[in-house]
Design a protein around this ligand. Structure first.
Ligand code: AP5
Length: 249
């Protein structure tokens, strides 16, 4: 396990920002990628994996959502354009996303490991990640791909509520907060994500089928893919994940 809670300072600030994470003696630093359709539960699993196995949760979607809270004058033109793509449910252009990950080298070399969620999302992004890791003499341990029938995905997305402050994820029936619309963890206001509107969900699903689903084959060919059924409770899926990871050399 890592020592220090992950506040993800380096991920949100980028540049030379650091998180002061150290690896406990004998612990393993996992370097993982999560794949799966929008709403399958990647963020939910990322929270459990990060809390219990230690790698820091690096979500490109969270970087964009965090940028929304900045004053528009503090956003770069590329970031402002990215927010418009995101609102419509479209993928942000590869150059912008790759640039954002490149500006955060301390996260990929974090001694506690990392858990990339939402990146890579295209083969071009996967190639860029491979180059960044090669430059750091690092390798991925595995790519966890979560699978679920579309009807269940739509039900998960339509009930999702997200904390506007710490980004914790809830569900109106599956994981309700103790107090309606208030985050259990930080007291922040819970909101419906802009891209969870039906018209944006449709566009996101199409983008997934066209650009992201082929990544499963990309990583299968490289011997890294682990497919995990995403039915059942978050705890059931987490247990499947741990068993599958332990089965790898
Ligand atoms: P991103 O933030 O990455 O979103 P996403 O991939 O669409 O995934 P979601 O966050 O919607 O879902 P999730 O799988 O994490 O599910 P969750 O755990 O929340 O990207 C958003 C946008 O940013 C993109 O559309 C794009 O515009 C842009 N972007 C980001 N990265 C990019 C990139 N690399 N390239 C280009 N563009 C990029 O769960 C969903 C709900 O289900 C929750 O309410 C949860 O409580 C519930 N739930 C979870 N697990 C269970 C369970 N087992 N049973 C019942 N309910 C469950």
């Amino acid at each position: 396990m890592t020592q220090a809670t992950h506040d993800r300072t380096a991920w949100f600030k980028g540049g030379t920002a650091n998180c002061q994470v150290t690896l406990a003696p004998g612990a393993r630093a996992y370097r993982l990628v999560l794949l799966g359709a929008p709403g399958v539960g990647k963020g939910t699993q990322a929270e459990l994996i990060s809390e219990r196995l230690g790698p820091c949760h690096l979500s490109t979607g969270d970087v964009f959502r965090n940028a929304k809270t900045l004053d528009p004058s503090e956003r770069t033109p590329a970031l402002s354009a990215a927010l418009e793509f995101m609102k419509r449910g479209e993928l942000v252009p590869d150059d912008t996303v790759i640039g954002i990950v490149r500006e955060r080298p301390n996260c990929l070399r974090c001694p506690g490991g990392f858990l990339l969620d939402g990146f890579p999302r295209t083969v071009e992004q996967a190639e860029a990640l491979s180059g960044m890791l090669k430059d750091l003499s690092m390798k991925l341990d595995a790519v966890l791909s979560y699978d679920l029938p579309i009807e269940q995905i739509v039900s998960r997305l339509s009930g999702r509520r997200t904390c506007s402050s710490c980004k914790a994820v809830y569900h109106v029936t599956g994981k309700p907060p103790k107090v309606a619309d208030v985050c259990d963890q930080c007291g922040g206001k819970l909101i419906i994500r802009e891209d969870d509107r039906p018209e944006s969900i449709r566009v996101r699903m199409q983008a997934y089928e066209t650009s992201t689903a082929p990544l499963a084959e990309y990583y299968r060919q490289r011997g890294l893919l682990i497919s995990i059924p995403a039915e059942g409770s978050p705890e059931d899926i987490y247990k499947r994940t741990v068993v599958a990871l332990a089965a790898r050399p």
